[in-house]
Design a protein around this ligand. Sequence first.
Ligand code: AKB
Length: 365
Amino acid sequence: MPITPPIAFRSPNPSDAGLSRNTATLITGANGEFGHGLIKNLHEAGIHDIVALDLHEIDPTLRDKCRATLVGDILDQNLLARLESQFEIHTIYHLAALLSTRAEFNPELAQQVNVSGTINLLKLAANQAASHGQVVKFLFPSSIAVYGIPDLETKAQADCINESQFLKPITMYGCNKLACENLGRYYTHHYRQIAKDRPNNGGHVDFRAIRFPGVISAFTLPSGGTSDFAPEMIHAAAQNKPYASFVRADTQIPFITMPDTIAALRRLADAEASNLTQTVYNIAAFAPTAGEFAEIVKRHFPDAQITFATDEPRQKMVDSWPADVNDSKARTDWGHQPTHTLESAFQDYLIPNIKAHYAQTPDGS
Ligand code: AKB
């Protein structure tokens, strides 16, 4: 049995005044790409009861923004029991996951981490809701990988798809995310529906999910995904490294910038439950082909050496994902409004920040 590591509490500081010791906004996968952006955003918004959990040491730049940090595994029941006894959790951002390409190398491990791990967190949320009698909001990053479009002709005809179409994923990761969406709906609306001792103190899980498209950050590179070709392309160009795209130039899927990703998570978290007509939402911002993306990269990095060397298995995975998604529900129900279009994503966010980032850290660390 793994030794459950200690919970590292940040030494009390003035901003903690009035915070009862154990309220918490729990973030799993906190050291990942989303975690970095989310912790900074929550801290700037005055949320100081962040408990950050990750398999790896939490980045020093994030630690002082967290009430507590914890290195551990979401499959470790002792750890979850410690969290349950130590904190009064009212919001969970469950970001920990094995992404699509990595999951294909070990599908059973992906099932464990992505689904059993999520059930562990949903159970923690349900227990917390039962104990403190309030709602526990559960924010879950799902993915366009839940979709499985059978062929390129259908993909071209379908174009912008809504949340109820083509739910036949061809990847373990996609199967995992779809299963978690259904589990989240179950824990929110039907949990232990026949049990006589169901708590009726108003405490319940409030599961809310976003099917994220590919995400592009100016500061971090994704690891283990299959939409990674676009962020990898621009980060390679910024470091003057040649890049061979593992998908064809005509490959099309939707993307969004990291700031708009974090803004969407926060907006959905803050939305009135009464305004939400579903538990799972598409969001998008722009959907260029890989070739169009490369053209814009070359416009900003004229010496960029971008080639296309298709990796057939990964290409097949991306071809099964939609060219674009209909996110009208997210816009009407909770005001999803990305700030970046394809052009402004480069002009206002990616290029200025990526150039500054590699000027400071030429080796990209
Ligand atoms: C992946 O490529 O696995 C992720 C995703 C699209 O969910 N970035």
